[in-house]
Ligand binder design. Structure first.
Ligand code: 5PR
Length: 391
């Protein structure tokens, strides 16, 4: 262990090439740049933006985002849900997580805040730049034939990661599940204005087949709706939202469903997991969905990626030797990540959340994970209410 040292043992600044400007790629880039690395971040699209709907950032992600100086902007631009309420067939079954430190925000806003922080930290962002692979000796390979050498190459290029697929040393298991989710952002209707609506409401129905609307206010003007169904229910798995099929099942949410039907930019994704071992080889490493895409049942896919990205930069700062740092990092994060993947798959398969009172101590383990990079002051700024600690 050597404490903070932005330079390599040779005295020069260390350099990273990162593939993918999603949440994990931006986060790891900011974290490294703030620790003195030079960072070039490649995005295959022609713009740096997110096309998704909304997101919950659990306490673990807030700690990580605080370490890189972005949490204040998230708190200012997002909504801290008052409670997480569950209803089954129109009947309330539970109200949980009162006072828990987590925030909801739109994905485009989160992405814009991270992109701004990346530029401020000195990250060079290159658009229209597609990575096709990595050389474990320390080079990122681009579609245009370029070979970019670096002290560390980072694949943050999502569940379909080309960087990962180019590295034969990494094994991966992929699994698909029967559920999928349509995610849309709607303008917040009059009837859902006011602080009493600043809460998550998980509206479940299970008969004749599971259909569920996860209702999450993401700001004064927007609500994120996660509309889950089995992929065999084709009408409920369509974008644009099939207003008839959804409002028949959720008549009391007809206004919101109407708006969902008109929403632009919605998307449908089916649940899947990919488990990769190990997460690195030589000087090439994976972060985010490239390493550990998971079912969204815990709402932890992005949060775990953000945590591991910040922890990676911190651990690289603690050890001169990249190999050693990568090994220590994976050891620190692997147990928590594997457990989150297994638990979210179990919850998706059994639909335990529908019964209410789903946020048991085991389920909250991921959200309550304390990062080695978070100072005691940061940890203290996100107190976990007694009720969420002592079921
Ligand atoms: N939580 C969140 C979410 O977006 C989804 C789920 C849980 C925040 C769906 O996208 O259970 O699938 C879920």
């Amino acid at each position: 262990m050597t404490g903070t040292h932005p330079t390599s043992p040779t005295g020069r600044s260390r350099h990273a090439e990162v593939a993918g400007a999603g949440f994990a790629g931006l986060t790891v880039s900011i974290a490294l740049a703030r620790r003195g690395w030079t960072v070039r971040l490649h995005e295959q699209n022609d713009q740096v933006r997110d096309f998704g709907a909304g997101i919950l950032l659990w306490r673990n992600a807030m700690l990580a985002l605080d370490v890189i100086g972005v949490a204040g902007a998230i708190r200012a631009n997002g909504v801290q849900p008052g409670t997480y309420d569950t209803s089954l067939n129109g009947e309330p079954v539970s109200s949980e997580l009162a006072g828990y430190p987590y925030w909801a925000i739109t994905r485009p806003k989160l992405h814009a805040l991270l992109a701004t922080a990346a530029r401020e930290a000195g990250v060079e962002i290159v658009t229209d730049s597609r990575a096709v692979g990595a050389d474990p000796a320390g080079a990122l390979l681009l579609a245009d034939g370029a070979r970019l050498e670096a002290d560390l190459v980072i694949g943050a290029d999502g569940a379909g990661s080309a960087v990962r697929n180019s590295l034969g040393e990494l094994t991966q298991e992929r699994k698909k599940y029967q559920d999928g989710v349509c995610r849309v952002l709607i303008p917040r209707p009059e009837e859902f204005q006011g602080p009493e609506w600043d809460r998550v409401i998980d509206f479940w129905t299970l008969e004749p087949d599971p259909m569920r609307i996860l209702f999450i206010p993401t700001g004064p003007d927007t609500i994120y709706m996660g509309m889950m169904a089995t992929t065999t229910n084709e009408r409920a798995s369509r974008i644009p939202i099939d207003v008839e099929v959804w409002s028949r099942r959720f008549p009391h949410l007809a206004t919101a469903v109407e708006l969902a039907g008109r929403a632009e930019g919605g998307r449908h994704d089916s649940y899947q997991t990919n488990r990769v071992t190990p997460w690195s080889t030589g000087r090439a490493v994976l972060v985010g969905d490239a390493a550990h895409a998971m079912c969204p049942a815990l709402g932890q896919g992005a949060s775990v990626g953000i945590v591991n990205a910040v922890e990676l930069a911190h651990t690289l700062d603690q050890y001169d030797d990249v190999d050693k740092a990568l090994a220590v990092w994976e050891q620190r994060e692997r147990g928590m990540t594997d457990a989150a993947q297994a638990r979210s798959a179990y919850m998706a398969e059994t639909r335990t959340l529908a019964k209410g009172n789903g946020f048991t101590p085991e389920v909250m383990e991921t959200a309550n994970f304390v990062l080695s990079s978070a100072t005691p002051e940061i940890v203290a700024a996100y107190p976990v209410p007694e009720v969420n600690r002592s079921w």
